[in-house]
Design a protein around this ligand. Structure first.
Ligand SMILES: Cc1ncc(COP(=O)(O)O)c(C=O)c1O
Length: 456
């Protein structure tokens, strides 16, 4: 647990934080101190403290029921501070970056590059030169596959993945295998729905050149022990890419502590705008990699037949970037850091235990992935199937009661096939989720299941 900030620290981190959120950070700071004495910071109700910053969550859905949003793993909701940062950029500073001599361009460039510094701090990067802006995490993985992959992989070289990967961490490697002749291997799962470490180790060989692994699974909710695996990957002479889409919004992520070589994330998952993501990579790797897309911004000098490339990280950023979105992502990072990632994780652990307790009590319902008892740091989500019922029917009926959950394969088709399922229903939580919302979801789910059973 990080040391609790004072009210002054909080104001300094995010001057624009609402009184409520600042109170949240300070209150949670007090609780953090209390936790050190009582080990009970998980009882801090971050939802009550942050909800006023999320007006979308206060809306009334159909039949006068309050809307309950339980689809955070698909995308997060955005606090007022992020919306205001976007509004401020477009209302005051809008201009193209890096190329204008005028004051608006200077301000836009400053905001855009300052956001890069915030991302670097957020993930513990050595410098902002290691942060490449992309449209999302999918594009960041494609960037590595297209540039590092094509430059380094030969027929027979192996890329080690796992059965639980999101399609975004499968398909780019499939495309790369088709282009280079490299071979894809996939580690399996234990009975509890965690990475099978013995199987993973047996597939890590001297032929492995890259390991690409999800940090937290968007379907199983399990947390993979990246820091333990990294030395093994490096001892085998391979590099390690971490898909941190589902960990960045919910816990502290530090690339140095993880010991990885590449890490990708998507802004929209952690309270930022869509259309924005990033790749972190060690600077030496980025220096050695060829450019990704060609165009303006990524060049140093252009001739008719050849060109030279801009310095890092601009070498990988062709064309006019998503400037306002980068600034919005920076505001989201400010917001999360003012609350504290450790506090967010602690509150979400409390929510997870409640979610599991309620779902486990429902007959015929099976949750994929480890329980909070098996893995206390698992994510605050539950993908589940209900005997004899279709996930889409469950989600549609819940929606009519104002409850938003996801149904389908959640972009993990191979994982669902592993379990012999075509899809599951998934409830995924954020720090704005209340215990009451979980209870109402469970009650509505029970009556939905009863109704569907009666009418099927
Ligand atoms: C684990 C994981 N990886 C990758 C992605 C892809 O993210 P994006 O669609 O923002 O590129 C997601 C999104 O659901 C995800 O959950």
């Amino acid at each position: 647990m990080t040391i609790a900030p004072s009210a002054t620290d909080v104001a300094a981190i995010t001057p624009d934080l609402t009184e409520t959120a600042a109170a949240a950070a300070v209150a949670t700071a007090d609780m953090a101190t209390a936790e050190m004495a009582s080990s009970d910071a998980s009882e801090v109700d971050l939802a009550a403290l942050t909800r006023p910053d999320f007006p979308l969550l206060s809306q009334i859905a159909c039949l006068g029921q309050p809307l309950i949003y339980l689809d955070y793993a698909a995308t997060s909701q955005k606090p007022r501070q992020v919306l205001e940062a976007l509004q401020h950029y477009y209302g005051h500073d809008n201009a193209n970056v890096h190329r204008g001599a005028h004051q608006l361009s200077a301000r836009a460039t400053e905001g855009f590059e300052h956001a890069r510094d915030k991302v670097a701090t957020f993930v513990g990067a050595f410098s902002a030169r290691e942060i490449v802006y992309t449209r999302n995490a999918s594009e960041a993985i494609n960037l590595v596959a297209r540039t590092w992959g094509e430059a380094n992989l030969r027929p027979g070289d192996e890329v080690l993945l796992s059965v639980m990967e999101h399609h975004s961490n499968l398909v780019p490697w499939q495309l790369l295998a088709a282009r280079t002749g490299c071979v894809l291997r996939h580690a399996g799962l234990t009975d509890s729905g965690e990475l099978d470490l013995a199987d993973w180790r047996s597939k890590l060989t001297e032929r492995t050149r890259l390991v690409s692994l999800v940090h937290v699974s968007n379907t199983l909710g399990c947390l993979n022990p990246i820091a333990e695996l990294a030395p093994l990957v490096h001892a085998a002479g391979a590099l390690l890419l971490v898909d941190a889409c589902q960990s960045l919004p919910h816990q502290r992520v530090n690339v140095a502590e993880l010991g990885c070589d590449f890490l990708v994330g998507s802004s929209h998952k952690f309270c930022g705008p869509t259309g924005m993501g990033f790749l972190w990579a060690r600077e030496a790797l980025l220096e050695a990699m060829p450019p990704f897309l060609g165009g303006g911004e990524m060049i140093q000098d252009v001739g008719l037949d050849t060109s030279t490339w801009a310095d890092l990280p601009h070498k990988f950023e062709a064309g006019t970037p998503a400037i306002g979105e980068a600034i919005g992502m920076g505001a989201a990072i400010d917001y999360l850091q003012a609350i504290g990632m450790d506090r967010i994780h602690a509150w979400e652990q409390r929510l997870t235990r409640q979610l599991f307790a309620r779902l486990q009590a429902i007959e015929g319902l099976t949750i994929l992935g480890p329980t909070p008892e098996q893995q206390p740091d698992r994510a605050a989500l539950a993908a589940f199937s209900v005997e004899g019922l279709h996930a889409n029917d469950i989600a549609a009926l819940l929606d009519s009661a104002g409850i938003c959950i996801r149904s389908g394969h959640h972009c993990t088709q191979p994982l669902h096939r592993h379990y012999g399922l075509s899809g599951t229903a998934r409830a995924s939580l954020g720090f704005t989720t209340t215990l009451e919302e979980i209870d109402r979801f469970a009650e509505e789910l029970e009556s939905t299941i009863g109704f569907l059973r009666e009418h099927s």
